[in-house]
Structures are given as C-alpha cells and as structure tokens.
Design a protein around this ligand. Structure first.
Ligand SMILES: C[S@@+](CC[C@H](N)C(=O)[O-])C[C@H]1O[C@@H](n2cnc3c(N)ncnc32)[C@H](O)[C@@H]1O
Length: 219
C-alpha cells in the first residue's frame, strides 16, 4: 500500500492475475454457494428484472461465474474487475457477456447506468478506508430505485490469504477483510442506500466464517 495506491489495489490485481486460470478452473460456477446464498441472488435478480430494466453490473466479477448465473435469470450483465487476468478468463468462458477491466473505486461507467449492482465477495480485499469510495461509486452508477446485493465473510479483522494460495502452488500477497453486516449497512446509508433485507448464515462445510448477504435499494 502506498500513497499512490492507498487501498492496496496493485497487490490485489497482481494476486488475481497470478491465480486467474486456477480460480476459473476451480470455481467455474455456483456450486460453492449454499442454497441460502443463491436465494439472495435469486431475490436480487427477480427484483431487478421485475422493474422492467434488467441491466446489472457484476462489480468485481472475477472469472464471470456470477455474471453467468445472473444472465441465466434474465439480467443483462456487464462485468467489471480489477484484474486483467480474471477478465480474460471471464471473456474466454462467457464470450456472450460483456466484461471490462476497472476498479470499484472508479467505476468506468456513467452515472445512473444500472438497475442493479452485485458486489459478490469483491469488497473483501479493500480496507475499511476504501469502502466509502466504493459504496459512493455503486450509488453513483445505480439508477433511482436500483438494487444492490453485497456478499461477504461476516466478522472482524484481517486474514492473510498467502498461506491458502501457497497450498495451491501460488505465491501471492493478498489480504481479506471481514465485515459486520451492521457496519456495511451503515456505510450504505451514508450514500443514500437503504437496507431491504439481510441474511447472516453460519459457516458450513469447509468455511471458517459466517457469511453475510445484504440487499439494499436507492430511493
Ligand atoms: C473473491 S474474488 C470474487 C470474484 C467473483 N465475484 C466470484 O464470486 O467468483 C474477488 C474479485 O474481486 C476483484 N476485486 C477486488 N478488489 C477490487 C477492486 N478494487 N476493483 C475491482 N475488482 C476488485 C478481484 O480482482 C477478484 O476478481
């Protein structure tokens, strides 16, 4: 992290460029998600499409598996991700969908472009200081009455993911920030987004943390 890169995005980009091919191979779809997690995504997709404008930004789309899931539910999806390597995997595996390289802290889209924004485990590498910028960007690109769904590991503190990736043969610098649903909801309020629903479920299977999902809406 430097003054030119206050939120440590260069390391995040390098890390995901390093693991992109492996990530796309190991997580090609939503089989890792619990039915409850997908119920929140289904509710989000239904809310967006019910309003008659299915445009969704998959913000921090990675290799595009959630973009595909949303597209299969009637959304017109645009993905964006910091990592050119991840975007290359998304374009390779989902050539019919649109993907761009860009940062959540400066989304490369005009104001009020999307009826929905999905932040699916993409806020997790940004320290709390950077999150105000990201939620302001999300609010900026959402249309009035637009929907947001955020998914993240629930808790507090920072985890070093280098040992995890090292077990898969990758040397990366990557940290994960845990968040409390109350804190994320409060941050959304500061940019005019109001909580609609939340789900916090206990860790399941190999997970070590509880998982949280927050649906919110612009006025
Ligand atoms: C854990 S992966 C999740 C990817 C995808 N949402 C999924 O569920 O498969 C986190 C993704 O967020 C992206 N990301 C992290 N910080 C970002 C930022 N500031 N701007 C854009 N993308 C970011 C990473 O490059 C990575 O692809």
């Amino acid at each position: 992290m430097t003054s030119a890169d206050p939120f440590g995005q260069q390391a995040v980009r390098r890390a995901y460029d390093t693991v992109a091919e492996d990530y796309a191979a190991r997580l090609p779809d939503t089989r890792a998600e619990a039915p409850l997690d997908l119920a929140m995504v289904d509710a989000f997709a239904a809310a967006v499409t019910a309003d008659g404008d299915p445009s969704v930004l998959d913000a921090g789309c990675g290799a595009g598996r959630m973009s595909r899931y949303l597209a299969d539910r009637g959304c017109r999806v645009q993905g964006v991700d910091l990592s050119p390597g991840m975007v290359a995997m998304a374009r390779r595996d989902h050539p019919d969908l649109a993907f761009a390289v860009g940062s959540l802290t400066a989304l490369p889209f005009p104001d009020a472009t999307f009826a929905g924004v999905l932040l699916w485990y993409s806020l997790i590498h940004t320290p709390p200081a950077g999150q105000a910028t990201i939620v302001a960007e999300v609010a900026r690109v959402l249309r009035p009455g637009g929907h947001l769904l955020v998914g993240f590991q629930h808790g507090t503190g920072v985890q070093d993911l280098a040992p995890t990736y090292s077990r898969f043969g990758h040397q990366v610098e990557l940290e994960r920030h845990l968040h409390l649903a109350d804190d994320v909801a409060a941050r959304l309020v500061t940019v005019g987004l109001r909580e609609v629903a939340r789900l916090v479920r206990r860790a399941a299977g190999t997970e070590k943390e509880d998982q949280a999902f927050l649906l919110a809406r612009t006025p």
